[in-house]
Write a protein that binds this ligand. Structure first.
Ligand code: C5P
Length: 224
C-alpha cells in the first residue's frame, strides 16, 4: 500500500528543484517537475498566437495538446505533441507566459489530471506549487520550501548569470518579475500557492542547500 509520494512546493528560487533532484537520487524516487508542464503549454500558446489571458482560446488549445513529462538521470524531459521541447522552456517569454496560463482553472484541472496519472504508481518526488494541496493531498511527505524574496531573486539572478550565453539581466528586473509571478501564484482563484495544513514549512533564507537537504532527509526517514 505504501506509495511513497513526496510533495515539494514553494515559490520560485527557494531551491525546490535542486532539493527535489537530490532527494530523488538519495531515496531512489522519480523526480517530476510540474512547472515544466505549464512551461510547455505556455510555449504552445506562444507558438499558436493564443494570448495567455484568453481563457477560452487556451482551453481549446489544451484540448488538442499532448504534454508528456519523463524523468531521466540528467533532469526532466518534456514532450509537446510528441516533440521534445526541454531546451526551449527557460526563455523569459516562456517563464512569463507559464505564470499567466497557470491562472486559468480549466488549464490547472487538466494539468492536475495529467500529474495524478504520472504519479499514481508512487515512488516519486513531485515538485510544484500545488502538489500537497491539490495534486496529491494524501502525499506521504509535504515540504513547503520558502525564502525571503530578495534572497530568492538573488539566487535566480546568479543562475541566469552562470548559464552559457547568459542574457544581460538586471538584478532589479529579476526581482520585480519574480514578485509579479509570486503575486499571481498566491492570489489565483484555484489552488493558490500556500502551504498545505500538514506541510512542513522550511525557510531556506539563512540555510545552505546541504542544511535544507539534511532536514528533509530526516523528515522523510521518519515518515516513509
Ligand atoms: O516552477 P516553474 O518556475 O518552472 O513553474 C512555471 C510556472 O508554472 C510558475 O510560475 C507557476 O505559476 C506555474 N506552476 C503552477 N503550479 C505548479 C507548477 C508551476 O502554477 N504545480
Amino acid at each position: 500500500q505504501q506509495r511513497s509520494i513526496i510533495a515539494i512546493d514553494g515559490p520560485a528560487g527557494a531551491g525546490k528543484s535542486t532539493l527535489a533532484a537530490r532527494i530523488a537520487s538519495r531515496f531512489n524516487l522519480l523526480n517530476l517537475e510540474t512547472g515544466a508542464m505549464y512551461r510547455a503549454f505556455a510555449l504552445k500558446a506562444i507558438e499558436n498566437g493564443v494570448s495567455p489571458e484568453d481563457a477560452a482560446g487556451l482551453e481549446a488549445l489544451a484540448a488538442s495538446s499532448s504534454i508528456r513529462l519523463e524523468a531521466s538521470p540528467d533532469g526532466n524531459r518534456v514532450y509537446l505533441d510528441g516533440v521534445e521541447v526541454t531546451s526551449r522552456l527557460r526563455d523569459n517569454s516562456v517563464t512569463d507566459a507559464a505564470s499567466k496560463v497557470s491562472v486559468h482553472p480549466a488549464i490547472r484541472k487538466w494539468m492536475v489530471r495529467l500529474q495524478r496519472e504520472l504519479g499514481e504508481n508512487g515512488r516519486i518526488v513531485m515538485e510544484g506549487r500545488d502538489i500537497g494541496t491539490a495534486v496529491f493531498p494524501d502525499a506521504d511527505v509535504k515540504i513547503f520550501l520558502d525564502a525571503d524574496p530578495v534572497v530568492r531573486s538573488q539566487r535566480r539572478y546568479e543562475q541566469i548569470e552562470a548559464a552559457p550565453a547568459a542574457p544581460i539581466a538586471a538584478a532589479e528586473s529579476v526581482l520585480r518579475e519574480m514578485r509579479e509571478r509570486d503575486q499571481r501564484d498566491r492570489t489565483r482563484a484555484l489552488s493558490p500557492l500556500q502551504p498545505a495544513a500538514d506541510a512542513v514549512v522550511i525557510d531556506s533564507t539563512s540555510l545552505t542547500l546541504d542544511q535544507v537537504i539534511a532536514r528533509v532527509e530526516e523528515i522523510i526517514r521518519e515518515r516513509l
